[in-house]
Design a protein around this ligand. Structure first.
Ligand code: ATP
Length: 249
């Protein structure tokens, strides 16, 4: 029996001039799993992530999300279809409060009401929803603070909260622990574990201990190509992967 994939790519290629950033990448992200993408610097992880999110179109190949070809769709169009993405804090409006940031994300999905009554009832709904997301993310106590004034670690959590606000079927997390203090990193790892109970996740992460502890499946990129895929144990014992990493330094 075939396990259901939420996201598939077929022979996905992206070139920047003469540089082939990704080459013929076939990715299958199964429902309710954490699927990590790892690889040495310059392997093409960010490029692949951007191709999944719709930041730019592929040079060739396709991205299939829930059986729909979204290769030509923009970030916003994919978001409306259910692709949620963390943006490394760049999605935050610093002058708005923490809660307002999440409400905006919730509204982006809900759309504007046609009548004032609808708008009012929706706004209550949206407030409640935003608060429950903030609670889930452990930052409800910061709801009325200006987003620009909270700690970097909390901003990263807010960034993920914004992605969740759009009710994604797939959550793309781009190095959620990068630049974090050890304490914040531990909190974020715990959070990703809890997110994994609710969402299908594609994760790019440099910390190997995070990747190994959290992933169901790991895909390894090397010079734009997928060179291995498997469980954390399989990847740790894969000679090709070891070589790719050792050859790096
Ligand atoms: P890192 O771990 O260092 O972030 P990465 O695995 O995310 O690396 P990418 O950033 O996807 O790798 O880069 C893959 C290749 O594509 C690199 O050779 C990079 O220089 C090149 N590249 C990426 N983006 C562009 C761009 N906009 N224009 C030109 N070359 C690019």
């Amino acid at each position: 029996q075939l396990e259901q994939s939420v996201l598939r790519t077929n022979s996905l290629c992206k070139s920047f001039g003469a540089i082939r950033a990704t080459q013929k990448v076939d990715l299958h992200v199964k429902k309710d799993t954490v699927h990590s993408i790892i690889g040495p610097n310059g392997a093409g992880k960010t490029t692949l992530f951007n191709l999944l999110a719709g930041v730019f179109p592929p040079t060739s190949g396709t991205v299939i999300f829930k059986d729909e070809d979204v290769s030509g769709n923009t970030v916003n169009e994919r978001c409306a279809l259910g692709v949620g993405r963390s943006f490394q804090v760049t999605s935050i409006f610093p002058e708005l409060t923490v809660a307002e940031n999440v409400r905006l994300a919730c509204q982006a999905k809900t759309g504007l009401g046609r009548s004032l009554f609808k708008l009012a009832s929706r706004s209550r709904e949206v407030n409640d929803k935003a608060d429950s997301i903030l609670e889930f993310m452990g930052i409800l106590h910061l709801r009325d603070e200006a987003a620009g004034t909270i700690s970097y670690g909390s901003q990263r959590s807010l960034d993920v909260a914004i992605a969740i606000g759009t009710e994604p079927d797939l959550l793309l997390l781009d190095e959620p622990t990068s630049g974090m203090s050890p304490d914040d990193t531990v909190r974020m790892i715990e959070l990703i574990h809890r997110l994994a109970e609710r969402y299908t996740i594609v994760l790019i992460e440099h910390h190997m201990n995070v990747v190994m502890s959290i992933s169901d499946t790991i895909s390894v990129l090397h010079m734009g190509e997928l060179i291995a895929e498997g469980t954390p144990e399989e990847i740790q014992n894969n000679d090709l992967v070891r070589k790719a990493y050792l050859g790096e330094s």
